[in-house]
Ligand binder design. Structure first.
Ligand code: FAQ
Length: 316
């Protein structure tokens, strides 16, 4: 029988050779645990992430915009489902994940605890929030756990459409009336810093990065991805004819990157700990939807049981 230390060595060798880890493969408990943690947080983010945009479906400025927004919000629900399924392959039940979310035990992305005050926020979320999410998820298409990597491939295909629709929404506003231009700039101002926080704490404060990089769950650090995002956004905002709300943004010839200002980490941790502007509202909405959806889950189970019983009868 193989010793634990040999199993661990064989596991790391597989990771080093870029062989995906699949559900039935041996894996260290900590690898299983941290994947469950990250994948379930990611799933919760997609699902809670529907709420700020869902807020604008009934107020979209045209039928076309409404149809696009509905499709986008539905996509986010789908992403949540792919991810919950990926986490289930590691032995975590969907019920447990939901319970952990509703009790406040499980985290979801800080970004979804900010309010959506104007229609321009739909553009800013698409451009900045989906934009930040894509950078992260493109990296996660190559994550070492097979089901999570494959879920991210599907997610990224849809997410790139989300980013473009957001940018296009802002593009229209940025070429509109003075009020529309001001609304566009205001949304960028409010979403910029929270979008930078999405990448997580700075590398020196990131508790999970070292092991996640060793196991190729993450391929880039939080600060590397954040820098990539800043460099990209600085160019894109010029196309909009708008500005980013950071007086310290400046090209650094030596680093070949843009320097940027200090992130308000006190605000970040405050939001992560549940004290952001909309944390309570988001969880209350999710709890209400869960309670009101109980009959749908019961009906789905009853239908599945009936179908299974019929199949068994036919076989007999
Ligand atoms: N918010 O040690 P690290 C989307 C926590 S999807 C809240 O660096 P890690 C789609 C972290 O969990 C957006 N908590 O952690 C969409 C950890 O606590 P723990 C979500 C955060 O895991 C668009 C602690 O801080 N994407 O937007 C945050 O190595 C539009 C220490 O941090 C994903 O979830 C945060 N921002 O790196 C939907 C992608 N950052 O768990 C609708 C997958 C960190 O030890 C509309 N996740 N924390 O108690 C990841 O890539 C990673 O988990 C990171 C964090 C990069 C988010």
């Amino acid at each position: 029988m193989m010793q634990l230390v040999d199993l661990e060595k064989a596991f790391q060798a597989k990771i080093d050779q870029e062989i995906k880890i699949e559900p039935k493969d041996w894996m260290p408990d900590a690898y299983r645990k941290t994947n469950i943690r990250q994948i379930s947080q990611h799933a919760h983010s997609e699902v809670i992430g529907m709420l700020p945009e869902g807020n604008w479906i009934s107020r979209a400025p045209s039928l076309k915009r409404k149809a696009i927004l509905i499709a986008k919000v539905q996509d986010e629900a789908g992403h949540g489902l792919y991810l919950y399924s990926a986490a289930e392959t590691l032995g975590m039940s969907r019920e447990q994940m939901t319970e952990d979310l509703l009790s406040g035990k499980a985290k979801y992305s800080s970004i979804f605890n900010y309010p959506t005050l104007t229609w321009a926020d739909m553009g800013a979320i698409g451009w900045l929030v989906d934009g930040a999410a894509i950078l992260n998820q493109v990296m996660l298409c190559r994550t070492s756990y097979g089901p999570y990597a494959r879920a991210n491939v599907r997610i990224c295909k849809e997410e790139s459409f989300h980013q473009r629709q957001g940018f296009e929404t802002l593009m229209v506003l940025s070429q509109g009336t003075p009020e529309q231009k001001a609304m566009c700039q205001d949304a960028i101002n409010r979403w910029w810093w929270p979008a930078l926080m999405m990448f997580g704490p700075t590398d020196s404060e990131s508790t999970n990065s070292d092991t996640s990089i060793k196991w190729k769950i993450k391929r880039k650090t939080n600060d590397e991805l954040r820098q990539q995002f800043v460099d990209m956004a600085v160019q894109q905002v010029k196309v909009l004819g708008m500005t980013l709300p950071d007086p310290d943004l400046k090209w650094n010839e030596e680093r070949q990157h843009y320097d940027f200002g200090e992130i308000n980490w006190t605000e970040f941790w405050n939001v992560v700990k549940g004290n952001g502007p909309c944390n309570k509202q988001r969880l209350d909405a999710k709890k209400k939807a869960h309670e009101e959806g109980a009959w749908v889950r019961a009906a789905a189970v009853a239908h599945a049981q009936k179908k299974a019983a019929r199949t068994t009868q036919k076989v007999a």
